[in-house]
Ligand binder design. Structure first.
Ligand SMILES: NC(=O)C1=CN([C@@H]2O[C@H](COP(=O)(O)OP(=O)(O)OC[C@H]3O[C@@H](n4cnc5c(N)ncnc54)[C@H](O)[C@@H]3O)[C@@H](O)[C@H]2O)[C@H](O)CC1
Ligand SMILES: [K+]
Length: 507
């Protein structure tokens, strides 16, 4: 599913008009009806519903929604919150259809009247502003939004909650706090921003009839379990351990032996053929009981020889001594093997960014916002405010694959393509989760031709496993990173059993 900016959404509407003759009025009818049927899952016949209608096309959708609900026999009060003169274009056309259908609407004269109506209502549908909002809300929207937010009503938003900017880069806004948002055609960037997402509540996306094959490809998509099923490499019946990648995990220390154990174990549980660990010799006895299948290579204080491996993950629990920084620089400059750099490795990489630019073999960096702030010199606040553009700038400038971890993980390729993974839950906010993710990613990197697919699939497998575990058996409080490793077996079984049942349906 594509993810768009406001500008890209307007371009899509324009394309629909130019290539398919789909006029705005038709799209508005489609959008209003699709949203209505989506919202019906949250509305009962006995509910009293208030529809709030603003000045632009989001308000136009509101007229279609109010009309459709009234036609279906729901108890609806439609409130136009701006003067008549402000309703123009397609919205005005739909206002006329609304009136011609014999439905009344109310015009906001005083906030007191609306307050009385909202006090009686069970459901409030926000069709005031959508992707056209600019800057902080002006009146009467700001007052109305405050009023709605303090009422004990179910708040449903159309496309975006009024006041939430569609794009990244803005942090200080006041907005309608929706319990549920019915998003039109494609999620907007702000759905994936930590400070904006809570305003959306739960959400889904409705389709409004745009000519999808003709639309410009903005190369930014949501990556979901269905995409994983389509792209995950099948295990060939005649394969051997060498067919699934020979990986090396470099890291761990006496103080942090568990990190590499988890990375190695997660890599093997996700299908890697062979995993070797290069670590502080003093840590081997603590690590080996947890991962009998791994072999150990003698580090001997030297940068390990990585030739002969299909992929290398480096940095987990490695410590930050300057000697390790030299290793990172040498690996970046000299190794001809795809590299994944995480944790302490990212900290040390800061001094080798020029070398990174020169490197021609694929490199994957997996920072959380704090590590990315360290790498870029930006603040964590700046990263969180504009994670899409900062990720893209960095990945393009240094020619790397960047996995910016968070509740919405953004995966960016060196050519600027972006994927977003929203699987997972707060149970993953614990030490060790990143080590497990690195192991899964290493395994996927070695088994998938397209690195973007490998990384996107790895992120979803990690989050989806955590979701399965808290649905059944675990809670978000007790979930451990090591539970996720053991939970991978269920995820892979789920994925393969669904493909078997699909196959069994085919003639
Ligand atoms: N393909 C589609 O996605 C379709 C979407 N539709 C809906 O149309 C809106 C976008 O419509 P647009 O008219 O461009 O913008 P808005 O309705 O969001 O608002 C414009 C309106 O808002 C005023 N305004 C801007 N900023 C502020 C502010 N800070 N405070 C107060 N008022 C503000 C501005 O002056 C304008 O009057 C999209 O979200 C969908 O809901 C179509 O229905 C179908 C196709
Ligand atoms: K809205």
């Amino acid at each position: 599913m594509d993810i768009v900016t406001a500008q890209e959404m307007y371009e899509r509407d324009q394309t629909a008009l130019e290539v398919a003759g789909l006029e705005g009025k038709w799209l508005m009818e489609n959008a209003g009806r699709a949203v209505t049927y989506d919202l019906l899952a949250h509305i009962h016949k006995e509910h009293r519903i208030v529809v709030l209608i603003g000045a632009g096309n989001n308000g136009g959708d509101g007229f279609v929604i109010a009309r459709t609900l009234l036609n279906l026999g729901y108890d609806v009060e439609a409130w136009q919150v701006v003067p008549d003169a402000k309703i123009t274009g397609d919205a005005e056309a739909h206002k006329r259809i609304f009136q011609a259908s014999g439905h009344p609407y109310r015009r906001l004269k005083s906030l007191e009247d609306l307050n009385t109506s909202l006090c009686r209502a069970d459901v409030c549908i926000d069709a005031m502003l959508g992707i056209g909002v600019k800057g902080r809300l002006r009146e009467p929207y700001a007052d109305i939004v405050r009023l709605c937010n303090e009422k004990a009503v179910m708040r449903l938003a159309v496309d975006l909650p009024t006041g939430v900017p569609a794009d990244e880069g803005e942090k200080d806004f006041e907005a309608f706090e929706a319990h549920y948002t019915s998003i039109i055609e494609a999620p907007k960037l702000s759905l994936f921003l930590q400070h904006a997402q809570p305003f959306y509540g739960k959400w889904s996306v409705v389709e409004i009839g745009l000519p999808v094959k003709q639309l410009p490809d903005h190369r930014r998509r949501l990556w979901e379990i269905a995409d994983v099923k389509k792209t995950l490499t099948n295990r060939d019946a005649y394969s051997h351990k060498g067919s699934h990648g020979k990986g090396l995990v470099i890291g761990g220390s006496r103080q942090m032996p568990g990190s590499v154990a988890m990375t190695a174990r997660a890599a093997l549980r996700s299908g890697a053929g062979l995993i070797a660990i290069s670590t502080d010799p003093g840590a081997i006895s603590s690590i080996s009981p947890f991962i009998q299948e791994a072999t150990f290579v003698e580090g001997g204080g030297q940068v390990p020889d990585v030739s002969g491996y299909d992929g290398v993950a480096v940095g987990m629990g490695m410590g930050r001594e300057s000697l390790r920084g030299e290793w990172i620089e040498r690996l970046v400059c000299e190794s001809k093997t795809p590299l994944l750099i995480d944790a302490d490795g990212l900290y040390l990489l800061k001094n080798s960014l020029d070398a990174l630019k020169q490197r021609e073999i694929p490199t994957v960096l997996t920072p959380h916002p704090g590590e990315f702030a360290h790498l870029t010199g930006l603040s964590i606040g700046e990263i969180l405010q504009s994670p899409f553009s900062h990720s893209k700038d960095f990945a393009e400038r240094y020619g790397v694959y960047l996995v910016l971890k968070g509740p919405s993980t953004i995966i960016t390729g060196p050519d600027g393509e972006q994927r977003v993974d929203v699987s997972g839950n707060s149970g993953l906010a614990k030490g060790g989760s990143g080590d497990v993710l690195s192991g899964i990613l290493l395994s996927m990197m070695m088994q998938t031709d397209c690195l973007m697919d490998a990384l996107s699939n790895g992120c979803v497998l990690h989050g989806f496993t955590a979701d399965l575990l808290v649905q059944d058996g675990h809670s978000k409080v007790d979930l451990l990173a090591s539970d996720v490793i053991e939970g991978l077996s269920r995820t892979f079984r789920t994925l393969s059993s669904s493909s078997i049942s699909l196959r069994s349906l085919c003639p």
